[in-house]
Design a protein around this ligand. Structure first.
Ligand SMILES: *Cc1c(COP(=O)(O)O)cnc(C)c1O
Length: 434
């Protein structure tokens, strides 16, 4: 398997290089040279394959020998080790629950798979690998859990003190073992600046093997294509075309869905659902791409003003607006509409949906209202509602259930290393600890 940069489609790197580098030198994004069509027999007999077997078949074709089959099986068994069930609301509306992993959001799939791939490519290396991650709260928990106890790899998470939710902080600071949390007295940008400076510091990089776990790493996208197949497999075979509705921020999930369609999964339509940060729906409507600063919303994991995966989407559609707008319909909704949808879903179906999934429900309803009863719609439920407990309980006017793995966090003790925004204390800490 080879990968190119969206900014230079004629030079290639190996999967190993793409996974360790994260970003190409030219600041584009890595893309697989080819996305293979999977055999018809596989697509037609999906029901005979477990979720893990689906992941294995996809990787076998995509990686094309880059990882021996036995190792690949182990990587998938260690990362895709929780389910992605489909729940029926009505004959046209299904929810794909992607929150059954340790951090209760879909990002667990990508983070765990990336951790396993890095650990595999790092095997036999005597020197440990130190992964630096700056987080604004959202992805840090998934990455920390993904790398937890991975042999040969240490993880250092930097987060802005007082600027992540209590729960997010617990997810970052209570694991211990190979995961350290640095609590920076500053902003997310300060955390990012420290990480960047570390990579540029020759002293440091000559003594410690550093790597990053960037959210745009191709290793995070690949496993996200698995669950489109897994969802399709679970739908009742009534023959109606299948549409996937994807609540989106950086558009990684939707991009992975396009991968699945290219591999041969019969997806009739994608629906890009956003909150007020609607640059992509606006682009689909007008052909004009106008990035702008993000605005805060209730569905805050989708508050993105310049989605990083847009370059990948363009590449997949040959940089042609016409092709993209045929395949993807875009809709945007405000917070009032989102809250109303959360209440509606609860009243009609007794189902508690989180604010991100609620944006998806709204978009699917709008899409289906044009031709009622003609499609099977699957909404990706990207996080468990208890991750947004105060908002969900306020909107629904009642207490909701908190899963055990979240509830026990409250009783765990926080361990963090407090630091300012200056580089030298951070550097000394790294030198002393690794
Ligand atoms: C990250 C995230 C999103 C956005 O996903 P993208 O792949 O960046 O579009 C949506 N919902 C939740 C809960 C998230 O954590």
């Amino acid at each position: 398997m080879r990968l190119f940069s969206t900014k230079n489609t004629t030079s290639f790197v190996s999967l190993q290089e793409a996974v360790f580098k994260g970003l190409p030198d030219d600041n584009g994004l890595f893309m697989p040279e080819a996305i293979p069509q999977l055999p018809d027999s596989f697509i037609q007999n999906l029901k005979d394959y477990s979720f893990q077997e689906i992941g294995f078949e996809i990787c076998k074709q995509l990686f094309n020998g880059a990882i021996p089959e036995a190792d690949l099986r182990a990587i998938i068994e260690n990362s895709i080790n929780f389910p992605a069930p489909v729940v029926r609301l009505n004959d046209g509306t299904y929810i794909l629950e992607l929150f059954h992993g340790p951090s209760l959001a879909f990002k667990d799939f990508g983070a765990r798979f990336m951790a396993q791939l890095m650990s595999y490519f790092n095997r036999g290396n005597e020197r440990e690998l130190v992964i630096l991650v700056a987080t604004s709260g959202d992805t840090g928990g998934a990455v920390a859990a993904g790398f937890y106890k991975t042999p040969g790899i240490k993880v250092v998470i930097l987060y802005p003190s007082g600027k992540v939710s209590h729960l997010q902080e617990k997810q970052l600071t209570t694991l211990g073992e190979n995961v350290s949390a640095i609590e920076v007295d500053g902003t997310f940008d300060d955390c990012q600046a420290l990480v960047k400076q570390a990579f540029l510091d020759k002293d440091l990089t000559s003594q410690i093997r550093l790597s990053s776990a960037n959210s745009i790493n191709i290793a995070r996208l690949i496993p996200q294509s698995f669950y489109y197949f897994e969802a399709y497999k679970q739908l009742p075979a009534d023959g109606k075309p299948v549409v996937f509705c994807v609540p989106s921020g950086n558009f990684g999930n939707l991009t992975a869905g396009i991968f699945a369609k290219k591999m041969g999964l019969p997806i009739h339509q994608f629906i890009a659902a956003t909150n007020a940060n609607d640059v992509v729906p606006a682009y689909l409507g007008t052909g004009e791409y106008t990035p702008r600063p993000s605005v805060p919303t209730l569905s805050n994991a989708m508050d993105v003003g310049n989605p990083s995966n847009f370059a990948r989407m363009l590449n997949l559609y040959g940089s042609t607006w016409n092709n993209m707008k045929e395949d993807i319909k875009g809709y945007a909704f405000n917070d009032l509409q989102t809250e109303e949808a959360m209440r509606q879903v609860f009243q009609k179906y007794g189902y508690v949906i989180d604010p991100h999934g609620a944006v998806g429900i709204l978009a699917l309803e709008q899409y289906q209202s044009k031709k009622p009863g003609t499609t099977r719609g699957v909404v990706l439920e990207t996080a468990h509602p208890s991750k947004f407990l105060p908002d969900v309980e306020r909107v629904l006017g009642q207490k909701i259930e908190v899963p055990e793995r979240l509830a026990i966090l409250a009783s765990k003790e926080k361990h963090s290393v407090k630091m300012g925004t200056g580089f030298s204390p951070f550097k000394s800490w790294l030198m002393d600890n690794f």
